[in-house]
Design a protein around this ligand. Structure first.
Ligand code: ANZ
Ligand code: ZN
Length: 865
């Protein structure tokens, strides 16, 4: 009959799904809801294989849950603000808005071509004023309570992107976008006080059983709770402060603190050095450090260095004088910005002391007791026994941690504290393509919030971008000139910073619940029905930033009484990467597959004929030239084969390696199912699937009947919660193989009914994965309603039971007994049953059993002598 033609089938069903609004959902109190969400894409221009994989995984889950009777919310939208739009606009001489909306149109149509089951009525783009209006509204609410605040602070600054970067956007000291070395700059910035929730966010990491452990662990480390003490070191001389406060996790080592290190930005540094011979050296050092990257990660690569400030402080434990340094490894953003340096027991302090010839005093002695400060080559960081520590000598150092703090506390020189690594979230960006921060600067009143009724503050969409990506907003008179809402002065100015795009992605999942609601961020009824997200799917690269911010925002909204839940995502799946082998020429570096001549014995470069090195399998990326464009796959094989390949090639959490054979294999399998349906179509179209008991069937049909039910069970278990699509597909393949063994020209009483059951089961089980294909066969099999309205097939436990078989027992080749047992019973059990049989024992007692031969499912022969 007809051939499988995805090009004909797929657009037809896509149109049907679209026109019938079949994926449109509303809050239905009678149905159990299931909120399924995949991380929304940045509209960069085209869908890539990573998207295809991510969204296919989601789509299978969504369609499966639908068939299980859930009310499934499955929305899609666009994370549409951000820098690439500005850069692309400059490069292509267009406008960020135009560029973004054109990309959205293109990518939407690509997603539709893949047949994803989105409720497109809920589509949102975060760059639309209807969306960011509510973000601005929330900002005002947060500013009212101090949750959003402004402070002057050192920020990570990228000189190429001309913007501030959050700590999370600094990777190994470089800008996450462009790779430029990050510098420090002091600026007035808007912050969200995420640190208020540090403890809560940390504690609830243990309450997310549906999250991968590696992700919660990364969040815990990012929040970074340390237990320790704050100790005061009196400064010699008179300054604006009497003492320097330090945070330490090792108060037990305080007797070994021989010098002090302050962060270069520490307010005391300049003051302490003023008027001393060190003044110049200190200011030169501060200048130098301000150009360096200061994230703790990068610091491990820097050589430790510093300068003496000219001042001294007093060790609170032993009264000794300690020189005060400023050093590059002391971070202003951590603890108090000051470190009591204990060179004997901290490696950084040790390196520093060696470099500048500072005193090393051992205060924790190891078990063998032979640590010696003049000969040690590295810091001793293990536990041990206290020495050189006055009344604490001979105590175990772990115990001394508490005891020393208690003792210092009685003298007002210390107290127990907890310190978090997590910093407040700096959200100000000196960029154009983002949501304007709704604040006004008035010469008289200072900073005044925009009145709620004036929202949204619309980002002018026609501003011309400036060279180097600088924001045009401060130069746009019609944007910045405004009247002060408080005193009505007419020369007030609007804030020109825009918000970090991570703000938009911290609540988009709430907005999807009522995307067109215009009286608030969202309709409380809708959000309380749908939230939290039951299953979230996305890349592990968002393990910290996006996922932590979203958890934080949910808490803020919860406290404002806007939402009932506290955690936004009940379950999280982080899918693996899509990878492909790379090809490299010694001369021309990475090559596209088309730049390789594959003809000869060994592949060569088409440009220089050098032998080509087949490189590692790596994540698909433009720079590695190993990208496969999904467009080509869609063109050549269609959506269903592309989807099936993504699902079959690897379980979702593992990396997926691209292979042409894999795609071919998926296509071949679909063709095989298609042919089966085509062959049997006329015989079974008007037949009902078999519903009777297994014992009415002859042997070959009985086997197929059991296989059908086994497959339903296996696929259901594999998909439900475990998402093992690859093994589910394998199971269906086995069933299909068995179906091919039924001879269409040699039918028995129930053949057509069983085949109908098998075909329908195969199609239903595959329908979440290859939906167009399934719809088509479903209709060929005689259904006039969409397969989406069918429910998930059920298996029958009875049908899984294997028939009993009779095993005969021989003794020395003579039949002596028989018993019945389940098919495929384990050999040991059969052997034992045979040997314990009374009739058998009559012939074996008083004899020696030489050998027991078991022929599975048939016989046992006992050899005696
Ligand atoms: C003395 C000491 C002795 C320390 C010792 C460690 C080992 P975590 O565990 O990551 O919280 N520290 C404190 N503030 C700092 C700052 N602003 N910049 C750089 N380092 C700072 O680290 C806490 C330890 O980091 C503290 O404990 C302090 O050094 C250092 F044998 O104090 B410790
Ligand atoms: Zn004013």
């Amino acid at each position: 009959d007809e051939k499988y033609e995805p090009k004909a089938i797929e657009p037809k069903w896509q149109r049907y799904w679209d026109e019938s609004n079949i994926f449109k959902v509303t809050e239905d109190p009678d149905k159990e809801k299931y909120y399924l969400l995949e991380m929304f894409p940045y509209p960069s221009g085209n869908i890539h294989m990573g998207h295809v994989r991510n969204y296919t995984i989601g789509d299978v889950i969504g369609r499966y849950k639908r068939m299980r009777g859930f009310n499934v919310l499955h929305p899609m939208g666009w994370d549409a603000f951000g820098m690439p739009a500005e850069n692309a606009a400059i490069d292509n001489n267009t406008h960020p808005a135009r560029w973004t909306y054109a990309n959205i149109d293109n990518m939407r149509s690509q997603l539709k071509q893949l047949g994803f089951s989105y409720d497109w009525d809920r589509e949102i783009a975060t760059c639309s004023p209807e969306y960011y209006k509510w973000e601005q509204w929330l900002f005002l609410k947060m500013a009212e309570t101090g949750m959003a605040y402004r402070k002057e602070s050192f920020v990570n600054w990228c000189n190429t992107c001309k913007t501030v970067l959050a700590n999370e956007q600094v990777e190994q000291g470089e800008c996450w976008r462009c790779g430029e070395l990050v510098r420090q700059k002091k600026l007035w910035q808007w912050f969200f006080k995420i640190t208020d929730y540090a403890e809560d966010l940390l504690v609830h990491c243990d309450n997310l059983p549906g999250w991968p452990e590696k992700v919660t662990l990364m969040q815990k480390n990012w929040i970074g709770k340390s237990f320790g003490a704050e100790l005061s070191f009196e400064i010699q001389g008179s300054y604006s402060e009497n003492s320097i406060k330090v945070f330490t996790t090792r108060p037990d080592t305080v007797f070994g603190a021989t010098f002090m290190c302050l962060a270069p930005e520490h307010p005391l540094v300049t003051e302490l050095s003023q008027g001393t011979s060190q003044e110049q050296a200190v200011s030169a050092f501060i200048e130098k450090i301000s150009l360096q990257d200061r994230t703790s990660k990068a610091l491990e690569n820097y050589e430790k260095e510093g300068v003496f400030t000219g001042a001294y402080c007093i060790n609170p434990a032993n009264g000794k004088k300690m020189p005060v340094y400023t050093a590059n490894f002391a971070l202003m953003e951590y603890g108090t910005g000051a470190v009591m340096s204990v060179p004997a027991h901290d490696q950084r302090d040790f390196d520093f002391a060696k470099k500048y010839g500072l005193e090393i005093v051992i205060v924790v002695q190891g078990e063998d007791g032979n640590l010696d400060s003049s000969s040690m080559s590295q810091a001793y960081t293990e536990p041990g026994i206290m020495v050189n520590s006055g009344q604490f000598d001979k105590m175990e150092n772990e115990k001394a941690k508490d005891e020393i703090v208690k003792w210092l506390e009685t003298q007002g020189k210390g107290k127990k504290t907890i310190n978090f690594r997590l910093r407040d979230w700096g959200i100000s960006r000196q960029r154009y393509w983002g949501a304007p921060i709704p604040m006004i600067h008035c010469p008289d009143c200072g900073i005044v919030p925009v009145p709620e009724q004036d929202l949204p503050i619309i980002l002018p969409e026609d501003a011309d971008l400036l060279e180097g990506g600088k924001t045009p907003l401060p130069a746009l008179d019609y944007f910045i000139k405004t009247t002060c809402p408080k005193c009505k002065r007419e020369d007030a100015r609007r804030e020109t910073d825009t918000m970090d795009t991570f703000v938009e992605s911290s609540w988009y999942f709430d907005r999807y619940c009522s995307p067109k609601y215009d009286k608030g961020m969202f309709d409380k009824k809708a959000v309380d029905y749908w939230m939290p997200v039951d299953q979230y799917i996305g890349g592990v690269e968002h393990a910290i930033l996006h996922l932590l911010y979203s958890r934080y925002f949910t808490r803020v909204l919860n406290e404002l009484g806007l939402i009932n839940c506290k955690e936004p995502f009940t379950r999280l799946l982080t899918q693996g990467m899509v990878c492909k082998e790379t090809t490299k020429c010694p001369e021309h570096k990475f090559l596209l597959p088309t730049q390789v001549n594959w003809e000869g014995e060994k592949p060569t470069c088409t440009m220089c004929s050098s032998p080509v090195i087949i490189g590692r399998v790596e994540k698909m990326s433009k720079s590695k030239k190993n990208v496969i464009d999904p467009k080509i796959l869609l063109e050549q094989y269609g959506a269903d084969t592309t989807r099936l390949f993504c699902l079959f090639a690897a379980p979702p959490v593992k990396d997926l390696e691209w292979s042409e054979q894999g795609v071919e294999g998926s296509s071949r399998f679909l063709n095989r199912v298609w042919r089966l349906a085509a062959d049997w179509m006329h015989s079974v179209k008007h037949i009902n699937p078999y519903e009777g008991p297994a014992d009415k069937l002859d042997d070959s049909l009985k086997e197929l009947h059991r296989k059908i039910h086994e497959t339903i069970k296996k696929v259901t278990n594999d998909i439900d919660d475990r998402f093992h699509f690859n093994t589910a597909i394998s199971a269906v393949m086995e069933l299909v193989n068995l179906m091919y063994s039924i001879d269409i020209n040699n039918k028995t009483k129930h053949t057509n009914e069983i085949i109908k059951l098998a075909l329908e089961s195969v199609v239903l089980l595959l329908s979440p994965m290859v939906p167009h294909f399934a719809e088509e066969i479903w209709s060929i099999l005689g259904h006039n309603q969409s397969i989406l309205l069918a429910s998930w097939p059920k298996y029958n436990e009875d049908a899984l039971v294997k028939d009993d078989i009779v095993v005969v027992v021989q003794v020395n080749g003579k039949l002596r007994s028989k018993f019945s047992t389940a098919l495929d019973t384990n050999e040991d059990i059969i052997k034992e049953t045979a040997l314990n049989d009374e009739r058998v024992q009559k012939f074996t007692q008083d004899k020696t059993i030489c050998k027991v031969i078991v022929v599975k499912n048939k016989l046992v022969n006992i050899v005696v002598s």
